[in-house]
Write a protein that binds this ligand. Structure first.
Ligand SMILES: CC(C)(COP(=O)(O)OP(=O)(O)OC[C@H]1O[C@@H](n2cnc3c(N)ncnc32)[C@H](O)[C@@H]1OP(=O)(O)O)[C@@H](O)C(=O)NCCC(=O)NCCS
Length: 164
């Protein structure tokens, strides 16, 4: 098993996030499916740094053998539809890091951090056709609940996990 660790993203992590996710296959089931520019990831990093400062949790950089592989973490569900008020566990890796168990290992670390902070429940919102991500949720012990429709009409399954 490859060693994996999480860290609050550094400003420099915006570059690997952009490069890893500038890939239509990675973005296929994320939002509208569009790839984002470098500035978007610089803004995302800053937002996550602020979130970590406030809550101790955020979308962390996933670092595998010293290399940024993507992100995983816990953040408030911020859309006007879906499980308003919930905290979401999320994960996204660059394609060359798929198939090694890294996303599940990283998500487990993030879930443990949430548990340590006394969080009682997490959700994950996953496009119904995103089998690889559904498999991560299931490996974490998450259970499927409501099927939502995104504003664009995509079927998005809510998964839930009670933490003790
Ligand atoms: C979702 C995503 C992170 C899943 O990545 P992943 O590498 O498939 O997930 P895991 O880390 O759980 O790895 C599981 C795979 O690693 C393999 N594996 C190898 N060693 C393993 C280990 N020690 N433990 C678990 N799995 C291992 C498994 O067999 C499995 O391979 P398979 O897909 O061929 O069956 C990845 O597909 C991704 O980034 N997708 C694009 C972004 C996205 O959709 N994010 C989620 C939005 S809801």
């Amino acid at each position: 098993m490859t060693a994996v660790e999480l860290r609050v993203p550094t400003n420099a992590d915006a570059d690997p996030w952009f490069e890893l996710f500038d890939d239509a296959e990675v973005m296929r089931f994320v939002g509208s499916g569009e790839v984002r520019d470098r500035e978007y990831y610089a803004g995302l990093v800053h937002g996550q740094q602020e979130l970590a400062e406030r809550t101790g949790l955020c979308l962390f950089s996933v670092v595998s053998d010293g290399e940024v592989a993507g992100f995983a973490g816990i953040l408030p569900w911020s859309h006007p539809w879906g499980p308003t008020g919930s905290l979401e566990a999320g994960w996204r890796l660059g394609r060359r890091f798929w198939g090694r168990g890294l996303a599940t290992a990283a998500a487990r670390i993030a879930v443990d951090l949430a548990r340590e902070r006394g969080i009682e429940r997490l959700v994950s919102m996953i496009h119904a056709d995103n089998a690889a991500s559904v498999a991560v949720a299931q490996r974490l012990g998450m259970t499927p609940s409501a099927l939502h429709r995104s504003p664009a009409g995509a079927p998005v399954r809510e998964f839930g996990l009670l933490l003790d």
